[in-house]
Design a protein around this ligand. Structure first.
Ligand SMILES: [Zn+2]
Ligand SMILES: [Zn+2]
Length: 116
């Protein structure tokens, strides 16, 4: 049997304080983002970017810095993206189908019954 490394965090006051501050600021950020998702204050910019509210406001697109080849899920056209957070759809398909370039969900959150 091989020894398993048990993960254990450092426990001291600084670690507790840091964790508290981190959680507090993440909470603040999440609340602000949720407010922005709800009110959609940059609707024009978001539509210009061709994204849904989640992808535009969530800041969930953590990306590695490397040119990444990708193909559009709808038309199979191939592209190169400056980072690893590659889009799902090319701009052309996304605009025609009114879907989000990033996640290919409906841009305005409507439930589609037919594949556009
Ligand atoms: Zn396409
Ligand atoms: Zn999206």
């Amino acid at each position: 049997m091989s020894e398993r490394v048990v993960q254990r965090r450092l426990y001291d006051l600084f670690a507790v304080q840091s964790a508290t501050e981190r959680a507090q600021s993440y909470t603040e950020i999440a609340i602000k983002r949720a407010e922005r998702m709800q009110t959609d204050p940059e609707k024009t910019k978001r539509r210009k970017a061709g994204e849904c509210r989640w992808c535009f406001y969530s800041g969930a697109k953590l990306a590695g810095q490397a040119f990444t080849p990708w193909a559009c899920a709808r038309c199979d056209a191939q592209f190169s993206h400056p980072n690893t957070a590659v889009p799902a759809l090319c701009r052309d398909c996304a605009d025609k189908a009114k879907l989000c370039v990033t996640c290919m969900g409906d841009r305005e959150g409507r439930r589609r019954k037919v594949l556009p």
